[in-house]
Design a binder for this molecule. Structure first.
Ligand SMILES: NC(=O)C1=CN([C@@H]2O[C@H](COP(=O)(O)OP(=O)(O)OC[C@H]3O[C@@H](n4cnc5c(N)ncnc54)[C@H](O)[C@@H]3O)[C@@H](O)[C@H]2O)C=CC1
Ligand SMILES: NCC(=O)COP(=O)(O)O
Length: 322
């Protein structure tokens, strides 16, 4: 299959380590990938410098193929440098450009240190919004975290919680639910997706006595989605919708804010969780974790989530091609 492009991410984080470990695990499989980044960052596994993605498949069984994009200064594990910001961003842009041209089957991103990129002038909250700008399809780029145990879609993401709650509207929920619904059909092969829409307040508002967002915002969104034929249910009480008994009742939980979505999936399956961006013209996945600066360079990084991200990217790309 067309090789996948893996971005460098924050070079002072665990990205290089987990890229090498992922190659060791996946080298005998059918999903070749290549890294876009500084070749000197990879230690402990064989590397092969390639000059074009088309060379990756042949190299992959013996070495991690790398499109070498040198960094301007040395990397100190655990200590991001603003001097690296342009190369980190360029690695994402190049991966997207290759995917759009059909030369990469999908983009898998290594984690970025967001505060470090903001300080260097990056004006997007994260990959999701940046990719929405450079690979969008006219709908918002929507974050989904997916694992075999749970799929969650936060409809507000990287913003202060008070602001996120103030921004909630039926339209925001409807837009995200529609995009999630379409992606569950197209990318996950679920013929008739079932969506569970979370409430905001304790006990989903207890009939309005503990907050009115369920009555004024969530219930009208659920009704509108049902009227257009989408199997949506809710508002679901957030404290019970993620239990083992409740989860088999839906294919994705539409959550109202970042932590409502990410706490359950990371608690249930940090290793198997994958961040997928919905609503793009390309396939993009990422591990569910961040840069883990506290353990960078120690050899303690676990590559499971990156491996799951690579596998899921390949699966979605194959499903789209089919
Ligand atoms: N897709 C992306 O680019 C993402 C980027 N981030 C960014 O990462 C930075 C750090 O975020 P944190 O909240 O500290 O989360 P984090 O996921 O980087 O780390 C949280 C804890 O989990 C551990 N951990 C994370 N991944 C691990 C792995 N693969 N193996 C072993 N231990 C692991 C870390 O050592 C740390 O103790 C922030 O700048 C954040 O914005 C966070 C999530 C996703
Ligand atoms: N907390 C999830 C996260 O930070 C992922 O963000 P993105 O960079 O994939 O948009």
């Amino acid at each position: 299959m067309t090789p996948l492009a893996l971005t460098m991410g924050e070079p002072a984080g665990i990205g290089f380590e987990i890229a090498g470990a992922a190659w060791s695990t996946l080298r005998e499989g059918t999903t070749p990938f290549f890294l876009i980044g500084d070749i000197s960052g990879i230690r402990g596994v064989p590397v092969e410098e390639i000059t074009a993605p088309e060379q990756a498949a042949a190299a992959f069984a013996e070495a991690l193929p790398i499109l070498h994009r040198p960094l301007p200064t040395q990397v100190t594990p655990g200590h991001p440098s603003q001097a690296h910001a342009p190369a980190i961003i360029a690695s994402i842009e190049e991966a997207v450009m290759l995917a759009k041209a059909g030369r990469a089957g999908a983009v898998v991103t290594n984690p970025i240190q967001k505060a470090s990129l903001y300080a260097a002038g990056f004006r997007h909250p994260g990959h999701t919004e940046f990719l929405g700008e450079i690979a969008g399809t006219g709908v918002p780029a929507v974050m989904m975290l997916a694992s075999p145990m749970l799929r969650v879609v936060p409809i507000t993401v990287h913003e202060p919680l008070a602001q996120a709650i103030a921004r909630l509207t039926p339209e925001l929920i409807i837009t995200h639910a529609r995009i999630a619904h379409a992606a569950l059909i197209r990318d996950f092969g679920i013929a008739r997706p079932r969506l569970a829409i979370a409430g905001l307040n304790p006990h989903a508002g207890e009939a309005g006595t503990l907050g009115r967002e369920e009555i004024d915002i969530v219930a009208p969104a659920v009704a509108a989605l049902r009227a257009e034929g989408i199997d949506a249910r809710g508002p679901m009480p957030p404290d019970t919708m993620f239990t083992a008994k409740a989860r088999p009742g839906y294919d994705a939980a539409i959550c109202l804010y970042h932590d409502q979505a990410l706490i359950p999936i990371k608690a249930l399956d940090m290793d198997g969780g994958v961040n997928v961006t919905l609503g793009l013209s390309i396939v993009r996945t990422s591990p569910d974790h961040g840069t883990a600066l506290d353990i960078a360079g120690t050899g303690r990084a676990d590559a499971s989530s990156l491996i799951a991200a690579i596998r899921l990217a390949a699966e979605i790309a194959q499903r789209r091609n089919a």
